[in-house]
Design a protein around this ligand. Sequence first.
Ligand SMILES: CC(C)(COP(=O)(O)OP(=O)(O)OC[C@H]1O[C@@H](n2cnc3c(N)ncnc32)[C@H](O)[C@@H]1OP(=O)(O)O)[C@@H](O)C(=O)NCCC(=O)NCCS
Length: 150
Amino acid sequence: MISVNVRVKKCKKSDLPECLPIFIKEFSENPYNEKWNKKLALKKLEEHFSGKNKYCFVAKENEKLIGFAFARTFQWHDGRNGFIEEIVVEKHYQGKGIGTKLYAKAESGMKKKENIRRVWLITEPSSRAWKFHERNNFKKTPWILANKKM
Ligand SMILES: CC(C)(COP(=O)(O)OP(=O)(O)OC[C@H]1O[C@@H](n2cnc3c(N)ncnc32)[C@H](O)[C@@H]1OP(=O)(O)O)[C@@H](O)C(=O)NCCC(=O)NCCS
């Protein structure tokens, strides 16, 4: 279970460099196999961080950053909705309730401030992350996530 020394706090811009190694490592592995470098990963995280309607949190054990969740809200026909942009926990700390705590903080922030109706996310169906999201009561949608290569 979660250590007493783990705290979830609002993310500051100065936290972003510490998010990078966790982000790059976790998404370099199966089933993602993404090839991020520090420069590109920083650009991506900065993009989320500087966006509108953002809810960004970090988990820290003492002063060490061990995970983060970045979310934002957007307008939908039923009201404001939330979107989970990123949620990642450093390997050695996974399975201890930290992701759940990060997710809960993002969700409650969006609910409290903007009374969101629903939360959306994109995930990989064969990943352990999908199990995590199912445990947080996410259901599959009939939408297709599509892209076109250039
Ligand atoms: C998905 C992730 C954020 C979950 O955070 P976490 O702190 O490990 O999750 P919690 O401890 O709060 O919840 C545990 C539950 O999540 C699931 N889970 C997902 N990944 C897990 C892992 N590596 N270890 C243990 N449980 C994991 C399990 O269903 C587990 O429930 P169980 O103990 O009943 O089996 C984290 O595992 C992670 O960073 N994974 C790699 C990056 C990733 O896939 N991000 C999400 C992209 S959409």
